[in-house]
Structures are given as structure tokens and as C-alpha cells.
Design a protein around this ligand. Structure first.
Ligand code: SF4
Length: 363
């Protein structure tokens, strides 16, 4: 850590009215979001929770249609708690990071079973639920229950690190940013303060070309004064994972496709996939092909030109795709099943499998 990073910024008297300035800006410019309550009203904890889980690593634009589908089908947490995990995974398909969907369902079941269908109203109570970490607990507590706490998401991190020109890189800077963000809490409007900073980060203090002239904090923003706003927040260099390789087998039987379910635990747990090899760094094509499903009637596998590439959080993946078609009445190997190609949209395929199928079937 540099000596500059060690110096903790302190708010001055001049900065004491920052929360009020931010709230006044919010009252004029707040974003309209499907999960957000009208001005002056507390939000529905179910909608806040659902949106916060969906928004993890996903954009507001991508989440919107999924949020609407979920609340239409399951209008409250009790309804979601009574749904089957398969139905929830199917509805989630395409949003990525599938452990979130499994935790979402487990959380709804717990709220229904242990709390009579009512979310706990404290950070501590919320954190005891599946899939609710410190950030999500603080967001629900502030936005739905107006608890005096500041949830710090990526937008707020950016605003605060620029406002105080915090030199320490992420993720080490998180506790300091959290501490400084708390100085922006408005009295008795915790939820609005948090949402105001989120909106400020999303619409004004953007990663590139922040619109500082329109910002309610522009007269005392340290990074703006220095003119290097876009360089905050500082970030430690990224480690990219090692490339893994494997094979995927797209097998058709007339208008049907051979699929299986992934194990419940682990990456893409419980999702549907076409059969495939293990994914390893340095996996050789021959070794991957040797893991093809044993199917009567497959004389040879046809290798599709090119590869399917996908990037997971911790590693990039390349899959070689092999195709084959088998005669009618060919039995699916143990643990696999045939599904009509016409109904593939209803299956819980992760994005990587949608790419594989599109490549294999020339869709
Ligand atoms: S003045 Fe500019 S850099 Fe500073 S918080 Fe506002 S938008 Fe961000």
C-alpha cells in the first residue's frame, strides 16, 4: 500500500450538507425502475430482494424483463417459496450465475417456512437467509425498512472513490469506501440516500466521461479537482483464469435433442446441458472425444468447424462441438433424455449451452 493510500480522507464542515444535496438531486432525477416504490413510500421487501439478487453481475436493462416475468408468475415471496426449483431455474435461464437462482429459491422457502412469508427487517436477520450477503442485507434493510445503513454497490464505490480520490485499489479499499459512503447517509432517508448514490453513479458519475457539470457533489469532489476522475476507483491488476478446453456432443434423433442435467452442486448446478467431456486446461481433442456418450447407431462423430468460446467468472472456456444423428427409437444412455428441439426454449440451458446448441444445429 502506498503512503498516499494510508491517509484516510475526512469530511469537513463544508461537506456536511452533501447528503441533503444528493437527496435534493434524487428528488428531481430519480430513475423509474420496475422494483422501485413511488416517492415517499417504502418499497416492497420482496421486490427489493428479487431485484438485488438479479442485479448481481447483471445490468438493469437485462434484469427488467426477468423481474417482470418473476413477479407476474410469483407475486410474493410465499408464492415463490411454493414453486419448484426446476420452474425457477427455467425462468432464470439466460440470466447467468445460476447459483443465484438456487439461493433465491432456497431463500423464498426459508422466508415462507421460518418467517411466515415476511422478510426479517434487520440486516442481521436478513443475513441469516440463504444467498443474502452483507451488501444485499444492507440494501434490503435500507431500501425496504429504512434502516440506517449504506449498501455499497459498484456505482456507489465509483462515486465515493472519486469524491475522496481514494488511492487504495479495490478490493482492499472496500472497508474505507464503506466508511466514507456512510457519511453520505441523509437523516431518516437511508433508503433514498442509497438509491440516490446508485442513480448518481449509473447516470452522472459513469465509468467513462462522467457528467460532472450536472453532479450535486461537483464543487467539492477531489478527483474532479485533480481532473483524473476516470481513473477511479483504482483497481488491482486482474488475474484471468487459465483457458479450459473440452468437447460437447449435439445428438439428434429426428426432431429431438439428447440432454442431461448437471449435478446439483457446483458450476451451473442443476442446469440442462448436452453431453460433454470434462473441461480441463490443456485438454487434447482425442481425450475429449473419447468421452462421447455411448450410443448405438453412431458410426462417426462429425466435428463442426470452429469452437464455441465462453467466459466464466474464473476461467475462459473453448468447446469443440461434435454432432451426430441417430435412428428413431435409439435409447438415451443412462442419466440422459430426449427433448423436442421445438421446446428447447423451455429448458434451463445456461448461455454456454445455448451457444453450443446453436453452433451444433446451425440455428
Ligand atoms: S463531480 Fe464528477 S467525478 Fe465527482 S462525484 Fe460528481 S460526477 Fe463523479
Amino acid at each position: 500500500m502506498s503512503s498516499r493510500a494510508a491517509a484516510k480522507p475526512k469530511p469537513t464542515d463544508h461537506q456536511a450538507d452533501r447528503p441533503a444535496r444528493v437527496l435534493a438531486w434524487y428528488d428531481r432525477h430519480r430513475r423509474k425502475l420496475p422494483w422501485r416504490a413511488a416517492a415517499g413510500e417504502l418499497a416492497d421487501p420482496y421486490r427489493v430482494w428479487l431485484s438485488e439478487i438479479m442485479l448481481q453481475q447483471t445490468t438493469v436493462r437485462a434484469v427488467g424483463p426477468y423481474f417482470e416475468k418473476f413477479v407476474t408468475r410469483w407475486p410474493d415471496v410465499s408464492a415463490l417459496g411454493r414453486a419448484s426449483l426446476d420452474d425457477v431455474l427455467r425462468m432464470w435461464a439466460g440470466l447467468g450465475y445460476y447459483s443465484r437462482a438456487r439461493n433465491l429459491h432456497a431463500c423464498a422457502v426459508a422466508v415462507l417456512r421460518d418467517h411466515d412469508g415476511m422478510f426479517p427487517d434487520t440486516e442481521e436477520g436478513l443475513r441469516a437467509l440463504p444467498g443474502i450477503g452483507p451488501y444485499t442485507a444492507a440494501a434490503i434493510a435500507a431500501i425496504a425498512f429504512d434502516r440506517c445503513t449504506m449498501p455499497v454497490d459498484g456505482n456507489i464505490e465509483r462515486v465515493v472513490s472519486r469524491l475522496y480520490a481514494i488511492e487504495e485499489p479495490l478490493p482492499q479499499a472496500k472497508p474505507l469506501i464503506q466508511q466514507m459512503a456512510a457519511t453520505l447517509l441523509g437523516p431518516s432517508r437511508a433508503g433514498d440516500s442509497a438509491q440516490a448514490l446508485m442513480d448518481l453513479g449509473a447516470t452522472i458519475c459513469t465509468p467513462k466521461k462522467p457528467a460532472c457539470a450536472l453532479c450535486p457533489l461537483n464543487d467539492d469532489c477531489a478527483a474532479r479537482r485533480r481532473g483524473d476522475q476516470e481513473t477511479f476507483p483504482r483497481k488491482a491488476p486482474k488475474k484471468s483464469g487459465t483457458l479450459r478446453r473440452g468437447a460437447a456432443f449435439v445428438v439428434t434423433r429426428g426432431g429431438e435433442l439428447l440432454v442431461r442435467s448437471r449435478p446439483d452442486k457446483g458450476l451451473l448446478g442443476g442446469m440442462t446441458e448436452v453431453p460433454g467431456s470434462e473441461w480441463h486446461a490443456g485438454q487434447q481433442d482425442d481425450a475429449a472425444l473419447a468421452q462421447a456418450p455411448a450410443l448405438k447407431g453412431v458410426a462417426r462423430w462429425h466435428r463442426k468447424a470452429g469452437v464455441v468460446s465462453h467466459v466464466f467468472t474464473h476461467f475462459p472456456l473453448e468447446l469443440v462441438v461434435y454432432t451426430a444423428s441417430v435412428p428413431a427409437r435409439t435409447r438415451a444412455p443412462d442419466g440422459m433424455r430426449w427433448v423436442p428441439v421445438a421446446t428447447l426454449d423451455g429448458e434451463a440451458f445456461p448461455n454456454v449451452m445455448r451457444k453450443v446448441i446453436a453452433h451444433g444445429l446451425d440455428l
